[in-house]
Write a protein that binds this ligand. Structure first.
Ligand SMILES: *Cc1c(COP(=O)(O)O)cnc(C)c1O
Length: 407
């Protein structure tokens, strides 16, 4: 949905913008990252007749055995990087499915033990909508609220526990603000409680090291396309898979120990493992690169008056900058920039209505700051020049839109 202001802007022929960009700049890495070319090359080896195209479950012949070996090699690689047992990893179609499998899987298996689930109001919709569904079939869900900076306190988590609580599900890094929760501290505090702890790690996997021996997390969701792997593949880690005894979402051919039946997509799995390995090899470099880009962007846009950075600016990953500009609606800004720069508002706008971010709302942000928030996210392939030019373009567009609002 375009606001009247945005429509007006689109019709504007004599553009007031002076910075000319040669190509469009992609600053929506938190929504998805481009595939690492190295991962793409590995995937191409598993698709056609001259590659390992066979069904990895067809173990009666060499074709299938070779595909199977590739899949299990990829599983071992990912397990090695997470420091967990390879038999505790289940391949899924991504973090949405992993979150569903974790939350519904525990809820359905342990409903006789208790009917209470704790999560936070700032979670991804894949967690919130799953919890809403479970409420509709009789479960009780507590949605914790963060502080104004997006941080959850351990006390509020512990206070919410009841003798009916079977699951706590929290994200490690927020996809709209980049704010990091102290998952290590929370996991240690929940370790001896008789419940499961699920973590949605889609935004931090491949960016910060996850060590599942050190951190007592029971279930962990990953998605490859957030760390330069392909879309449509992810995994769920389930500690002590056999004892945990999750209820599957799908029933079928028995693949993935019966927890996620369906023919395994060799190319997707190989692409995910390759991208995950690469992300670890260049983790420090990627991080420092993003820190530099963040600094350049912040230096540029703080030349404007009336701007607010949303979320704790110290306890966040550098690759996401969430910012509101006084007197400028996020939709107007996004549309004003869209020929040149791809940025997003925190909220998906798929109903046609302009919906404010549930994450910022849960933090207690309201009014213009809520409706004006945009998310700028970048990564490995973003250059310093990209950010310099984008910063300048954003400043020009904000200044122009503010003038327009005054007329
Ligand atoms: C992207 C994302 C998801 C959804 O992952 P898909 O693989 O696209 O289903 C879930 N949680 C978070 C935090 C995400 O960033």
């Amino acid at each position: 949905m375009l606001s009247a202001l945005a429509r007006l802007f689109l019709k504007d022929q004599d553009k007031p913008i002076t910075t000319v960009l040669n190509t469009q700049i992609y600053l929506d890495y938190a929504a998805t990252t481009p595939l690492a070319p190295e991962a793409g090359a590995a995937m191409a080896q598993c698709l056609t007749m001259d590659g390992e195209f066979a069904n990895p479950a067809s173990l009666q012949h060499g074709f299938g055995e070779r595909a199977h070996a590739l899949v299990e090699g990829a599983r071992s690689e990912i397990a090695h990087l997470l420091n967990c047992k390879f038999s505790d990893l289940i391949f899924t179609s991504g973090a949405t499915e992993s979150n569903n499998l974790a939350i519904k899987g525990i809820a359905l298996s342990y409903q006789k033990k208790g009917n209470h689930i704790i999560t936070s109001a700032s979670e991804h919709k894949a967690v919130l909508d799953t919890c809403k569904y479970l409420e509709s079939i009789g479960f009780k869900v507590t949605y914790l609220r963060s502080d104004f900076n997006g941080c959850l306190s351990l006390d509020c988590i512990l206070d919410a526990l009841t003798d009916q609580t079977i699951l706590v599900s929290l994200m490690h890094v927020n996809n709209e603000t980049g704010v990091i929760q102290d998952i290590e501290l929370i996991a240690q505090a929940l370790k001896d409680k008789d419940l499961f702890f699920h973590v949605d790690a889609a935004q931090n996997a491949g960016k910060v090291k996850i060590d599942l021996i050190k951190t007592p997390i029971d279930l962990l969701s990953l998605s490859a396309h957030k760390f330069y792997g392909p879309k449509g593949i992810g995994c769920l880690y389930v500690r002590n898979r056999k004892q945990t005894n999750l209820t599957p979402l799908l029933h079928g051919g028995g693949q993935e120990y019966g927890l996620r039946p369906g023919t395994l997509p060799t190319h997707q799995i190989i692409g995910m493992a390759k991208a995950f390995r690469m992300a670890h090899d260049v983790m420090l470099g990627d991080y420092q690169h993003c820190l530099r880009l963040e600094q350049i962007l912040v230096d540029q846009i703080t030349q404007l008056e009336g701007i607010h950075f949303n979320g704790d600016q110290k306890l966040k990953l550098p690759n996401i900058v969430n910012v509101s500009f006084d007197q400028v609606g996020s939709d107007s800004l996004i549309i004003a920039l869209r020929d040149d720069i791809a940025i997003a508002s925190g909220s998906a706008c798929n109903t046609g209505a302009i919906e404010a971010s549930h994450v910022l709302r849960a933090m207690g942000i309201e009014g213009d700051r809520l409706y004006g928030a945009v998310r700028i996210s970048f990564g490995r392939y973003t250059t310093e020049l990209d950010i310099q030019q984008s910063g300048q373009r954003i400043c020009e567009a904000v200044t122009y839109l503010r003038h327009l609002a005054l007329e």
